[in-house]
Design a protein around this ligand. Structure first.
Ligand code: NAG
Ligand code: NAG
Ligand code: ZN
Ligand code: ZN
Length: 459
């Protein structure tokens, strides 16, 4: 990769993080009673002063925003990085020319500036630049359009995920708490013994004490003849070259101790810590942060491929535009956690581990974000069961246990199956089963009608 590509990718990640971060805090603020009061007071003050002039502006701006959104909807944006760059330059220079002609042309400049923003790989970075360089009015309208589009994209999430052809969807459950809880509901009939779907984990962490006896990626027991060691460290091994490639690309490259080359003390410290405590969620959090970076790099690759391959299926394309953060953010919330010495130590270790590879990690991984990730992972992960007789020290981290009589190989969280709510044994209508790896098969154990909730037995 060229250094400039890397720079663009990294700032795009900061941007994605940034948006998730803003959304998260925005939500928090909205539910905080003190903040609400304060907000009300501020609003009153502001509204008195600004009412008249704003109302006037709003009418004209509303029409403009609507118009730009319509144009954007119809626009065929370029796909390849080269074409995007050319398009970007063209739009920015058009916007600048218009602005240069005086205030009467400001509104017209919104469209090209917004189009440029749409193709730029690091939108938040560009927004910051816009804030410094564009006339205030133009800037405010551009930000408004961006927020509207983001809202729309987020609102569409549940139409695209899970992919409708699976016959299941996420549905809000009636609960008496301020946080919505979603479960999984059938959208078609399934007969007993039908396989609803199989699913690979979104994030998974092998029990740290089982490294080098089990595949770091799929958790299969290693076969001495065919196993593949990481080429840079002797800490993890994989069952096949496929798993080695997938594991390395998705996360291990970010977490490798490199002890065969130039050992990294921070990576060793992290790995020593998880081994000693036998905890899986610190690994899962580090993995999640790595996946976000890898995701972004892949998206840039994909955009080149899509252009070559002609147009892919529109729906699956849309489902894949949601980031790892979009998924994590939607998982049902767990217990609210408070910072402890332990969490402070874990944050320090993860920051050190990822500092050179995930730009912005230092600002991003605050106590709040870390505890939010930890609580969601603990709430939504399954313990991957095994029939083998293995001896591992139990850690007391909470996880869903499907088979209490079996040992666990590690923890895994699934984009769809983590929404399956627990039930009593006789109420369950699906079983979640594993066949030697962390890949899940969800099978109907009763007839399920469209509209019925999908429940499994676990503790
Ligand atoms: C990690 O653990 C190994 C073995 O216990 C020890 O030799 C090494 O010094 C530790 N490294 C760090 C950085 O903590
Ligand atoms: C499937 O489980 C749900 C929730 O427990 C239940 O309401 C439904 O009746 C079950 N379906 C069958 C066919 O038992
Ligand atoms: Zn494997
Ligand atoms: Zn390695």
């Amino acid at each position: 990769m060229k250094p400039t590509t890397i720079a663009l990718i990294s700032s795009a990640i900061v941007a994605t993080f940034g948006i998730g971060y803003l959304v998260y805090f925005d939500q928090k603020r909205r539910t905080d009673p003190n903040f609400k009061k304060q907000l009300k007071r501020e609003r009153k003050k502001a509204s008195k002063a600004a009412k008249v002039s704003q109302e006037k502006e709003l009418v004209t701006v509303e029409a403009l925003v609507k118009n730009v959104l319509e144009i954007i909807n119809k626009e065929n944006f370029p796909e390849t990085p080269e074409a995007k760059e050319a398009y970007f330059m063209e739009q920015v220079s058009m916007g600048e020319t218009l602005c240069g002609q005086g205030e009467a042309y400001y509104e017209q400049s919104v469209e090209p500036f917004y189009k440029a923003l749409r193709v730029y790989p690091a939108p938040l970075e560009l927004i910051m630049l816009y804030q410094k360089t564009l006339p205030e009015k133009v800037f405010r309208i551009v930000v408004n359009i961006m927020a509207l589009e983001q809202q729309k994209r987020q609102a569409e999430f549940y139409n695209h995920f899970p992919p409708p052809e699976l016959g299941v969807k996420f549905q809000e459950l009636p609960v008496e708490s301020d946080k919505p809880v979603r479960g999984l509901t059938a959208t078609k009939d399934f007969a007993v013994e039908d396989v609803l779907y199989t699913e690979t984990p979104f994030i998974a962490a092998l029990h740290p004490q089982l490294e080098t006896t089990h595949c770091n990626y799929c958790m299969r027991v290693l076969d001495e003849e065919n196993k593949v060691e990481c080429s840079n460290c002797d800490q993890v091994e994989f069952c096949s070259t496929q798993c080695e490639q997938a594991g390395s690309q998705n996360y291990h490259v970010f977490m490798c101790t490199n002890n065969k080359l130039e050992p990294s003390t921070v990576a060793t410290e992290f790995s020593n810590y998880t081994k000693a405590t036998n905890l899986k969620y610190p690994q899962m959090i580090a993995q999640f942060l790595s996946i976000m970076v890898a995701d972004e790099a892949k998206k840039n690759q994909d955009s080149v491929m899509v252009a070559d391959e002609a147009k892919k299926n529109k729906d699956s394309e849309k489902a894949s535009t949601y980031t790892a953060w979009d998924h994590i953010e939607r998982f049902n919330a767990g217990k609210e956690l408070v910072p402890t010495e332990e969490s402070a130590h874990e944050i320090k270790l993860i920051k050190a581990l990822l500092a050179s590879k995930v730009p912005g990690i230092d600002e991003f991984l605050s106590d709040d974000i870390y505890l939010l990730l930890k609580s969601k992972l603990n709430k939504n992960s399954y313990e991957v069961p095994t029939n083998e007789d293995i001896l591992i020290e139990k850690s007391n981290e909470p996880t869903r246990v499907l088979y209490t009589e079996k040992q666990g190989l590690g923890s895994a969280i699934y984009k769809i199956s983590s929404y399956i709510v627990p039930s009593e044994l006789e109420e369950a209508n699906v079983s979640i089963s594993y066949d030697k790896t962390n890949v899940i098969t969800v099978t109907a154990i009763k007839d399920i009608q469209s509209g019925q909730q999908i429940k499994a037995f676990y503790q």
